[in-house]
Design a protein around this ligand. Structure first.
Ligand code: ADP
Length: 233
């Protein structure tokens, strides 16, 4: 079984908008995939279905062997433990230190502080931020904050790292740095990465698989793809 398998999937929102239409897609363990498409093409909807923030209206979405479409609300936590999330707008807790922000996820699943510490340190080391672990988010640059978010997302060794426009608020140089960190995590830990992005330079530089959405449909899926979206806005 593929790590992610989407079969004949539709997402129609309550207002009647079809965001995803008869989508079929599979992603293998260890892949690094960019999802591109103009604004409104369905990238976020696709990504949100992977961690059951949205439920497909029809069809099936399998993630790590779990059918997300049929998953009971009470079992969603099992899916979420397989997935780390990185967002455009960081979502760090301002009153917690870098260390505490990363540790928080592990505390909430009931790990003992003795088990938490080495995991947090390792995650912060892998994003090059161990020396900032006592800082607060507002003492960090945007790029550093996003690195904390990546540490938080990988601290529990997820199978999949889902990134929705992770470089959307960052300068080109910093964006490059963030994607190189993601690439390193992908290569060293074998974590599967699915990243929605508008960042043409990054997509063209990395030469990864590129899935291009238009109106909720896959219009191209290339192994070493490039950025072909014509933005109208
Ligand atoms: P993208 O991430 O590529 O910008 P989205 O997945 O956010 O695309 O949106 C796809 C389509 O679904 C758009 O037409 C958008 O307006 C619509 N849409 C997204 N979220 C909702 C929602 N919660 N309710 C209704 N329509 C939505």
């Amino acid at each position: 079984m593929k790590l992610i398998e989407i079969k004949n999937c539709y997402k129609v929102y309550n207002n009647g908008v079809t965001a995803i239409a008869d989508l079929n897609l599979s992603i293998e363990k260890g892949e690094f995939v960019f999802v591109i498409g103009a604004s409104g093409s369905g990238k976020s909807t696709l990504i949100k279905m992977l961690y059951r923030e949205e439920k497909p209206t029809n069809g099936n979405v399998y993630v790590g062997g779990i059918n997300v479409a049929k998953l009971r609300n009470s079992k969603v936590y099992k899916l979420r433990r397989k997935i780390g999330n990185v967002f455009q707008d960081f979502k760090l807790l301002p009153k917690l230190t870098v260390y505490e922000n990363v540790a928080f996820a592990l505390e909430s699943i009931g790990l003992h502080s003795k088990e938490i510490r080495p995991k947090v340190i390792k995650a912060l080391e892998s994003v090059g931020l161990k020396e900032k672990m006592r800082s607060f988010p507002n003492q960090l640059s945007g790029g550093e904050q996003q690195r904390v978010c990546i540490a938080r997302a990988i601290v529990n060794d997820p199978k999949i790292l889902i990134c929705d426009e992770p470089t959307g608020n960052l300068d080109p140089d910093i964006s490059k740095e963030i994607v190189l960190i993601l690439d390193k995590i992908n290569k060293e830990s074998g974590t599967t990465i699915v990243m929605a992005t508008h960042d043409k330079e990054i997509v063209n530089r990395m030469k990864k698989r590129v899935i291009h959405l238009e109106n909720g449909v896959v219009v191209s899926d290339d192994k070493k793809g490039s950025y072909k979206v014509h933005e109208s806005n």
